[in-house]
Write a protein that binds this ligand. Structure first.
Ligand SMILES: [Fe+2]
Length: 285
């Protein structure tokens, strides 16, 4: 080990909390080992600083290039795997992604998340229940949803969409039910105009993610669940640019004719697509 490595690790000796101390010291050790292993040149060091600087400069309230970088490096899914793989009964989690926007409108049961209709897409109804692992319904769970528009872009990313378009929060009912109206999401390319784009282009990697709807479900006494529902038969399910697909999160949809119930319960008086999916949360903080 180089003297500077030993000294740098030792310089963090006075951190009083054991876990942060271990995290920082092991990080320093791992970075030093990497640099030593590849014999990093001065020029490569400058390139790395420049890349990370520009990545940070791209970030603001509605853009998170660092999360995107973590995603395409497989780091986000590794963290997910380490933290959630032990529990097979709960709904699998997947990447949070860079497109979440906080404080979106809290909408009512069966409301639409469409703020501005662009195309002539068939309405989509997404519904199901929130359960715990004992099969008991969870009421008052907060279900945040976000997805792309027909053009493959999220609000926040696309200046032409109202910021709350295809986003919203729903509270589960007394019997655990949730429902909302939307349109089918489409497969989309992650942003290519930043440092992540440079990296993927340089690596001859594609930018596509299979169509999905994002969910973040928070209920008191339960572990938060961050996940997606992927739409079956999407051509990118096999090659997701951020490695986020899990089989149990792939759902089909069915085309339904409107009837008295659909009209009365969900305000649907034309043909619609239906996705039904129940989420299972684990007890915990
Ligand atoms: Fe997404």
């Amino acid at each position: 080990m180089h003297d500077v490595t030993t000294s740098a690790i030792k310089s963090f000796e006075n951190i009083s909390d054991a876990r942060p101390k271990m995290l920082i010291q092991k990080l320093v050790k791992a970075i030093h080992e990497y640099i030593d292993d590849v014999e990093l040149t001065q020029q490569e060091w400058e390139m790395a600083i420049d890349f990370l600087t520009r990545t940070g400069q791209l970030c603001h309230e509605q853009r998170q290039e660092y999360i995107l970088l973590s995603d395409v490096l497989g780091v986000s899914m590794l963290v997910d795997e380490i933290n959630h793989s032990k529990n097979h009964e709960q709904t699998p989690s997947t990447v949070f992604g860079p497109f979440f926007i906080a404080n979106m409108p809290v909408r009512h049961y069966a409301d639409s998340i469409i703020e501005e209709k662009v195309g002539d897409e068939m309405p989509l109804l997404v519904k199901g229940k929130i359960f715990n692992q004992q099969g008991e319904a969870i009421k008052n769970a907060k279900i945040e949803v976000w997805q792309t528009a027909e053009n493959g872009m999220y609000s926040g990313q696309d200046p032409d969409q109202p910021v709350a378009n295809l986003r919203g929060a729903f509270m589960s009912q007394e019997n655990g039910e949730y429902a909302f109206k939307s349109i089918l999401p489409v497969s989309y390319q992650i942003p290519s105009d930043g440092t992540v784009g440079e990296l993927l282009n340089y690596s001859k990697r594609h930018f596509w993610r299979p169509a999905h709807i994002h969910f973040m479900i928070i209920a008191e006494g339960y572990q938060p669940l961050v996940t997606h529902l992927f739409i079956q038969n999407d051509e990118y399910l096999q090659g997701d640019a951020v490695f986020g697909v899990k089989d149990r999160l792939i759902v089909g949809f069915e085309q339904k004719q409107a009837d008295a119930t659909s009209k009365q319960q969900f305000g649907l008086d034309e043909s619609f697509n239906l996705i039904e999916y129940d989420f299972v949360l684990s007890k915990g903080e």
